[in-house]
Design a protein around this ligand. Sequence first.
Ligand SMILES: Nc1ncnc2c1ncn2[C@@H]1O[C@H](COP(=O)(O)OP(=O)(O)OP(=O)(O)O)[C@@H](O)[C@H]1O
Length: 321
Amino acid sequence: MADTPHFYIILNQVAGTGQAQKIWPQIETALKQRGISYELQISSYPGHTTRIAYQFARFKRTNQVLLIVGGDGTLNQAINGVQSAGKHDIPIAYLPCGSGNDFARGIGLNSDPLQALEQILAATAPVNIDLGVYHDALKNETGYFVNNVGIGFDASVVSITNNSKSKRFLNKCHLGSLSYVFSLIQAFTSQDAFQVTVKANGSVKNFSRGFLVTTTNHPYFGSGVPIMPSARVDDQKLDLVVIEKLNVFFFCYLFIMMLMGKHTRYKTVHHFRTDDLVIRTQTLEFGQVDGEEMGSRAFDMHFKVTSQPFWLTTTKTEQFK
Ligand SMILES: Nc1ncnc2c1ncn2[C@@H]1O[C@H](COP(=O)(O)OP(=O)(O)OP(=O)(O)O)[C@@H](O)[C@H]1O
């Protein structure tokens, strides 16, 4: 694409508990001041972004970029729309306006949407970034993810946070972190150890006390926690981290180590890096994909890696080439 592209924008106003709606007028002003050609679609219900992105992908003209304004969940829906339309060459740009913004962190996109806009407008060509793909054989369900798929503890945290009556109130009082801490404590007490089978790099491993089973595309989950600091979005591999159930004291210690990115040295933390992965559970466990709930179910997940062109420049751009 030689010329400045036309931006087809999908805005999720509820992302970041309304932050996206608040920041949008400033983004629009910046676009107008720069004479950028764009059109706007508002996502008006959960799942609407997938439908809009699907339609856009099917009828897209040349020199257009799909620009997502929202959080990781909105981006996930857009990618699923585009990929399920069978169009794998549509460039996507992203302005992080969610509560977690792990994907932006993972690819070196500024977490301030107006700064991120500069990174987008400075781009002259798309860069390919890895996407995870899963197929759950039990549900015959296929999906794409930009961040991670978690089974067990992290998914319990997502479920508890999303269903917490106090979350909205605490977020409004700018105490979202407090709601997150409550969810962590509640998830730790309610999440039992479970059996999990992992098939990766030609070998099979059984864990009888699985607790956190997270497959990630880049280092971060849970709003900036470095679950696997060495994970990269340009290596055509996924990183699986399995943590076994621990007593509360060691868990707290390990969590602090994780915040510092130093947890991988402990023997209760297992790491696999692979492009062909199977994860099976027998019991009903919570699942999450890019922070969206998958429900409580048994899993027979087959993972692969594909790629998605993104429209951006980052300080990490060199590593994507
Ligand atoms: N108009 C809408 N009304 C209600 N929900 C919507 C609407 N449009 C999209 N959604 C839903 O909003 C949810 C939250 O979006 P998103 O994940 O992008 O924001 P977030 O949770 O604040 O960010 P992050 O995932 O980065 O923490 C998604 O589950 C999406 O389906």
